[in-house]
Design a protein around this ligand. Structure first.
Ligand SMILES: [Mg+2]
Length: 135
């Protein structure tokens, strides 16, 4: 899999943020899809629709970013438990970042974020995962 063609699912209850992420990353050749909260992400994954990378907001209704990471990491299916996740956090969600990293979060970006920085982190996480899987 070439990382530039990776499927990325972005989950944020703020459609403006989803739009910024989608425009930036699809412009770089990634295949983007969007979800409004963590529950929608879990529904898609349980339905067999597995992205190569998740970008998740920390504060979302129903299932938030931290709960989502913890739920994914606890999944017995290794393809799901090892899904790369980058979290979008606010300054006030330091606790979520720390717990997220402990739960296996791959990286995070603090809002308001630079789309260029997010793209660089996406590249890094995908490259790291490709090396880890020997691909
Ligand atoms: Mg939010």
């Amino acid at each position: 899999m070439l990382s530039q063609q990776a499927k990325i699912l972005v989950a944020d209850d703020d459609r403006v943020v989803r739009r910024i992420v989608t425009v930036k990353l699809s412009g770089l050749g990634y295949e983007l899809s969007e979800a409004e909260d963590g529950r929608e992400v879990l529904d898609r994954i349980e339905g067999g629709n597995l992205p190569d990378l998740l970008i998740v907001d920390s504060l979302m209704p129903r299932v938030d970013g931290l709960s989502l990471v913890q739920t994914l990491r606890a999944n017995p299916d290794r393809r799901i438990s090892s899904l790369p996740v980058i979290m979008l956090t606010s300054r006030s969600s330091e606790k979520d970042v720390i717990e997220g990293l402990e739960a296996g979060l791959d990286d995070y970006v603090t809002k308001p974020f630079s789309p260029d920085e997010l793209a660089a982190r996406v590249r890094t996480v995908l490259r790291r995962r490709e090396h880890a899987s020997g691909g």
